[in-house]
Design a protein. Structure first.
Length: 86
């Protein structure tokens, strides 16, 4: 399985959607809540090439985008290969 990191904030429906998609595929991921973590948020923005919205998803260190980007990868049939799902 790939190493997956998901930057989130509390009460974010898009974050919930991304986590549900990954969880539904049996993927383990590390959630990084930046709700009250300014340093963590700034680190996310830097890693995400300036994107300031959540969630921001990284798979094996590669930025794949937010919830819509993750859903688009799944719709194209590319997400399973990225996360190492069976």
């Amino acid at each position: 399985m790939a190493q997956i990191e998901v930057y989130t904030k509390a009460f974010c429906p898009y974050c919930t959607r991304a986590k549900m998609l990954l969880g539904g595929k049996g993927a383990d991921f590390r959630e990084i809540d930046v709700t009250m973590d300014r340093a963590g948020f700034e680190a996310m923005v830097e890693r995400a090439n300036g994107r300031r919205t959540v969630p921001q998803v990284f798979i094996d260190g590669k930025h794949v985008g937010g919830s819509d980007d993750l859903a688009a990868l799944d719709a194209k049939g590319e997400l399973d290969a990225l996360i190492g799902a069976a």
